[in-house]
Write a protein that binds this ligand. Structure first.
Ligand code: HSE
Length: 305
């Protein structure tokens, strides 16, 4: 096998009350990536999009992941990776994670699938470290496993794939950039015990609601007492968008990852499309450009094509 082509999906992390723990994979948008084995002991990055991302492998998320893989196996060869990104960097829907995971999964196939999904998440976290300054796994885990995943621990790494009922996500992406590192820097370093108890009650019941297919419980659980109150000020019209999406029938939603994208969950595709119209109408009344997506939450992560 000379080369492997994959599609690496966008992901929504945090899912309102599960900061750094919970995430899910979307069907679209996705990045296209091709990884080839080359005889030189190096990593070559070829960008086929207009985002101008670094081609120095040490400064590129896919590059650092591939370097880590090669170092782990003491390889006497290298990889070339060709990337066509459709997920805009800094959008809050796991752009860096898609590049990291696509590279890890494709390279692993070229290596005869010698690493497990859990090990691939560990490699992909190298990319998250480069992008955000921290090794969080709440985007890379669903990108590789698909569906909803819970990160019980990053050290040692422990990922739980969750059961979930049919769900559709409406995503609105205002065309502003929020750097994850900056959105992390403004978060409180400490929270009160009372707030922590409220938050973990909601996270536990969201996971239970997903497992039981209890849409009402899912809806009641989607509240964030720690992160959203601080980060929402970075996102134009956040409160209005949330209000309108709930009025249009969404179960709940909030900031996707560190923003600026916002996401809302619906039980049916028709509701998710109604929510899309509602959030579009809020942003159409502003100066801010935006994109929207409606996508089913799917149980596949990175796909081979
Ligand atoms: N959980 C991370 C954060 C995701 O919210 O900072 C970043 O994409």
């Amino acid at each position: 096998m000379q080369e492997v082509r994959v599609l690496a999906p966008a992901t929504v992390s945090n899912v309102v009350c599960g900061f750094d723990c919970l995430g899910f994979a979307l069907e679209k948008p996705f990045d296209e990536m091709t990884v080839r084995r080359i005889s030189e002991r190096t990593v070559r990055i070829v960008n086929r999009d207009y985002f101008n991302l670094p081609t120095d492998p040490e400064k590129n998320v896919a590059g650092v992941v591939l370097l880590a893989l090669l170092a782990k196996i003491n390889a006497d060869f290298g990889f070339e990776v060709e990337v066509t990104k459709h997920i805009k960097p800094g959008s809050g829907i796991g752009s860096s994670s898609a590049s990291s995971c696509g590279a890890a999964v494709a390279a692993n196939r070229l290596l005869g699938d010698r690493f497990s999904k859990l090990e691939l998440v560990d490699f992909a976290m190298e990319g998250e470290q480069l992008a955000s300054g921290e090794k969080h796994a709440d985007n890379v885990a669903p990108c590789i496993y698909g569906g909803f995943t819970l990160v019980r621990s990053t050290d040692p790494l422990d990922i739980v794939s969750l059961d979930f009922p049919p769900l559709f996500a409406t995503v609105i992406h205002p065309q502003i950039e929020i750097k994850t590192s900056e959105a992390r820097a403004i978060l409180p370093k400490q929270v009160s015990l009372k707030t922590a108890v409220r938050q973990w009650g909601h996270l536990g019941s969201l996971v239970a609601g997903l497992a039981q297919g209890d849409y009402n419980l899912i809806s009641r659980s989607m509240e964030d007492f720690i992160v959203e109150p601080v980060r929402k000020s970075l996102i134009p019209k956040f409160d209005e968008v949330k209000l309108e999406s709930l009025a249009a029938g969404a179960l709940g939603g909030g900031i996707s990852g560190s923003g600026p994208s916002m996401f809302f969950l619906s039980k049916m595709q028709a509701t998710a499309e109604r929510v899309e119209l509602a959030v579009r109408s809020v942003y159409e009344r502003s100066d801010c450009e935006f994109n929207t997506y409606v996508s089913e939450i799917v149980s596949s992560g990175v796909k081979f094509v």
